[in-house]
Write a protein that binds this ligand. Structure first.
Ligand SMILES: Cc1cc2nc3c(=O)[nH]c(=O)nc-3n(C[C@H](O)[C@H](O)[C@H](O)COP(=O)(O)O)c2cc1C
Ligand code: SF4
Length: 458
């Protein structure tokens, strides 16, 4: 078993976040300022009009980092600044997608950068109050962000008349109670209002009727942390980093059977294979790579062949048959039982379904029970088609995309590894019994995530 390492790979490439040594106080206001922090806000409040800020963000081409890759500038541009309504920006720090833990790094290590992005976004949308919805289980990220908010108030970066500009903003940091579906933007706003965290149908869009029925922009932590970068370096320079249709960098959290799991910053366009086999050290015990879950369990798996020659950027991931999602990658080694893996994923979805939509509420339970039956050795030949049928019945019939995603995740595993399900049903046991299992592979691996940074090849 390879011991976890704290050494960062030394590949060159653009890094916006992981470009300084992390120390006991590198998250402080003083340290952030010494690295050039709050220059973006100084520029914005030094004479830019709110509409110019939105234009700059739109020109950068930045895509949202919360999973759907929606252009941030386009979302901001929908808000009508002269409608006489309060406007709200809400930072989505729920980070509940299994496999995803990159926002945690940003909140722990660069809390002021996240905050600066939120202040700039609020100025662009002429907001007077901003909100942060944080995953309830987060402890250090909460303390770091709360500390950063207090420092910012003391330094005149929040509150009345920020930096003497006449612009005022107050921020509320709210902790959720650990529900995955509360990461979905409309559920999050309902939960913020103190209601049950249930997603709701659109229209009206949240940019029309969001928090307290007022126009609201919800952005992911990483999306907002990129905003000071864009304003400081300018959209034109930002666009030179990464790929033309995926500008910038992507924070990737990788877990599973790699030798060096952890959080990495990758310039879009980087080779996926190089990332896994070199930067992450390859697979545990030098086993073969069976497949990856590319961007959180809601994204379709890609097997080792499908990854050949593919770059880490949105278009390449889609062309390969999946998505980059929220950057939560899970590597799966040869010898892992995909039937059991599918059951673990399905149990999660069943547990987290909020229950409003019949296909999701019932379908998740049916799928979990069918997979349970197969794993117990009591599977029936018709179970595979039934799983497909339930997966597709969700498609487009539910309020939020939890139901759809669960279906895609399951059908992608069935598409790739149908023979494993057939074997399990026929023989009453896994094709891999007596070999490596997901649990065995983690034995002896100490929990010491590696924070590292890698960049695109020139
Ligand atoms: C079930 C579900 C859970 C979600 N969880 C998160 C989350 O934890 N963090 C997040 O930023 N987005 C999450 N999203 C996506 C949000 O609805 C929303 O698209 C995102 O916060 C927008 O930010 P962005 O445009 O900056 O990506 C989730 C969506 C769904 C359907
Ligand atoms: S799809 Fe599932 S989680 Fe989403 S609103 Fe419907 S029941 Fe709730």
């Amino acid at each position: 078993m390879t011991a976890p390492t704290t050494e960062a790979p030394t590949l060159s490439g653009k890094k916006f976040f992981m470009n300084f040594p992390v120390t006991d106080d590198s998250h402080s206001l003083a340290a952030y300022r010494a690295r050039g922090g709050y220059q973006g806000l100084t520029k914005v409040l030094g004479g830019m009009q709110p509409t110019d800020v939105t234009k700059e963000v739109a020109a950068s081409g930045i895509l949202g980092h919360g999973g759907a890759a929606f252009p941030a500038g386009r979302k901001w541009g929908v808000i009508k600044l002269n409608d006489g309504e309060p406007h709200y920006v809400c930072m989505n720090a729920d980070e509940g997608e299994p496999g995803t833990f990159k926002d945690r790094w940003l909140l722990e290590c660069v809390p002021h950068m996240c905050l600066e992005g939120l202040i700039i976004a609020s100025y662009a949308l002429m907001g007077r109050n901003a909100f942060i919805y944080m995953r309830g289980e987060f402890d250090l990220p909460y303390r770091r962000l709360q500390g950063a908010i207090e420092e910012a108030y003391e330094a005149g970066l929040l509150g009345q008349n920020i930096m003497g500009s006449g612009y005022s903003l107050d921020v509320v940091l709210y902790r959720g109670a650990g529900s995955y579906v509360c990461g979905e933007a409309s559920a999050m706003l309902a939960s913020l209002e103190g209601k049950k965290g249930w997603p709701r149908n659109r229209p009206p869009r949240l940019t029309v009727k969001g928090l307290y029925q007022k126009p609201t922009v919800v952005n992911n932590v990483e999306t907002l942390a990129n905003v000071p970068v864009i304003l400081t370096m300018g959209a034109a320079e930002f666009k030179k980093v990464g790929m033309p249709r995926s500008p910038g960098t992507q924070m990737i959290s990788i877990s599973g059977h790699v030798k060096r799991p952890g959080v990495y910053e990758v310039e879009y366009g980087y080779s996926w294979e190089k990332f896994i086999y070199e930067d992450c050290g390859g697979m545990l015990e030098d086993k073969g790579l069976k497949c990856i879950i590319p961007g959180g369990v809601s994204t379709k798996i890609l097997d080792a062949n499908e990854l050949k020659g593919v770059n880490l950027d949105h278009n390449s991931a889609v062309a390969a048959g999946s998505q980059l999602g929220s950057g939560g990658m899970i590597a799966v080694a040869e010898g892992t039982c995909m039937v059991r893996l599918a059951r673990v994923i399905q149990r999660f979805y069943h547990h987290e379904s909020c229950g409003q939509c019949t296909p999701c509420r019932e379908g998740m339970g049916w799928m979990e029970r069918i997979l349970d039956r197969i794993v117990r050795g009591e599977g029936r030949p018709e179970d595979i088609d039934r799983l497909y049928h339930i997966s597709t019945a969700n498609d487009g019939t539910t309020i939020c995309s939890l139901g759809d995603s669960a279906g895609y995740a399951c059908s992608a595993i069935l598409d790739h590894y149908r023979e494993e399900f057939e074997y399990y049903i026929k023989n009453g046991r896994s094709m891999y019994d007596g070999r490596l299992t997901v649990t065995d592979a983690f034995e002896g691996v100490e929990a010491a995530p590696l924070y590292a940074a890698v960049g695109a090849q020139s």
